[in-house]
Design a protein around this ligand. Structure first.
Ligand code: TXA
Ligand code: MG
Length: 352
């Protein structure tokens, strides 16, 4: 069923007062069981009242998302987690350093969060976004906002207003069209695990950042490797094929001469290369028939994170036979890039 979607435009230059005024109707809608797509510092989310099972049911329907995949609840202040979860000392150590910001913490749930919001799990994931639009919307709504990424299930998370409008027009009641998301990959997710944490999804807050607080971090196997058939995903989202364009994506590891030779030998006609800026000139000379997408400098992972989903979406519209991309290294923010890119590539890595 298509619904009438209202678009509310917001700008960085809006004063606090004018932003609140613009967001008030969206907050009213959330309180009344509506669906609102909104920007955050990671990716755009599709939000509804986390305490209202019929509102969250609409999220699953709008995204075409399996209902056993739980939602993150978004709160205005880190201490609001108290109302919905059983926190603890470790939560507050993380919160003090990283919240508001792109970190999600999985904690034991209180019963005010209905099982439908948490995919039937005994836990719930909480996140306190730093983005001004997101935090104003949550505060004005007065309820925790359950929000997955605002993409249709199976396409890359939206990082621009254009992406959200393309996926959610006719599906959400309101789309808040703001700036491009600052980071561009989804939040880091950790689960409190004894005295330490387990990393379920890598993001801008890195393993190294958390370890610097003296907290031990173990990395869930599914972050870097495909789950075995009989393995239970700690984070249900890990078991779904994610972020994958229609064209096959191949990740190449090797020097650029070997990569160019490999690509030429494959003899595909419609070829796209996602390239580090400094390599584009070389590849263009070697493979003049290919299309090129500038991924940012090889060492500039912030730019790579910012561009990845937009590049995958643009390339997806072009009906390529194949999309080649470099295999990222796994340290720092590289781990988040690696995690998203091996999924986009359905784990196909060519080592040369
Ligand atoms: O950056 C983000 O986190 C964005 C913005 C909108 O905040 N949200 C987002 O939500 O990425 P989503 O639903 O696309 O991804 C949430 C992931 C899923 O893989 C889900 O399985 C996992 O979090 N998750 C949610 N609740 C969980 C829980 N209780 N235990 C383990 N994993 C959980
Ligand atoms: Mg998602």
């Amino acid at each position: 069923m298509r619904i009438d979607t209202r678009i509310i435009e917001v700008n960085d230059s809006d004063s606090t007062e004018s932003l609140r005024e613009k967001l008030m109707p969206a907050a009213e809608l959330i309180k009344n069981g509506g669906l609102v797509a909104f920007p955050t510092e990671t990716v755009y989310g599709l939000g509804a009242d986390a305490t209202d099972p019929s509102a969250t049911a609409r999220i699953y329907e709008a995204k075409g998302r399996p209902s056993d995949n739980p939602l993150i609840i978004h709160i205005a202040r880190p201490q609001d987690a108290e109302k919905y979860t059983y926190t603890g000392e470790l939560y507050y150590r993380l919160a003090e350093r990283f919240m508001p910001g792109p970190l999600t913490v999985v904690l034991p749930a209180k019963s005010i969060i209905p099982p439908t919001t948490r995919g039937g799990l005994p836990t719930v994931a909480v996140r306190c976004p730093s983005d001004r639009v997101a935090s104003t919307l949550i505060e004005l709504s007065g309820v925790p906002i359950a929000a997955p990424s605002a993409n249709l299930s199976g396409s890359p998370s939206p990082t621009t207003a254009v992406h959200v409008i393309s996926d959610m027009m006719g599906r959400a009641d309101v789309i808040i069209a703001g700036a491009d998301c600052e980071f561009g990959l989804e939040s880091t997710i950790v689960q409190v695990d004894g005295g330490g944490v387990k990393l379920l999804r890598p993001g801008k807050i890195t393993v190294e950042d958390i370890e610097a607080l003296g907290i031990e971090v173990s990395v869930a196997g599914a972050v870097t490797d495909r789950l075995a058939e009989d393995e239970v995903a700690l984070s249900p989202g890990m078991k779904y094929r994610h972020y994958a364009p229609k064209a096959p994506v191949l990740l190449l590891e090797g020097d650029r001469t070997s990569c160019a030779e490999y690509i030429r030998a494959e003899k595909c006609e419609r070829v796209a290369l996602i390239c580090y800026s400094e390599d584009i000139g070389f590849y263009r000379a070697e493979l003049p028939y290919a299309d090129f997408y500038d991924f940012g400098g090889g060492n500039d992972r912030m730019t790579q994170a910012h561009r990845l989903f937009d590049i995958l979406r643009s390339a997806d519209d072009m009906n390529y036979d194949v999309i080649y991309a470099p295999l990222p290294k796994k340290d720092g923010i590289g781990l988040a890039l690696y995690n998203r890119m091996i999924r986009a590539a359905a784990y196909k890595i060519i080592r040369l």
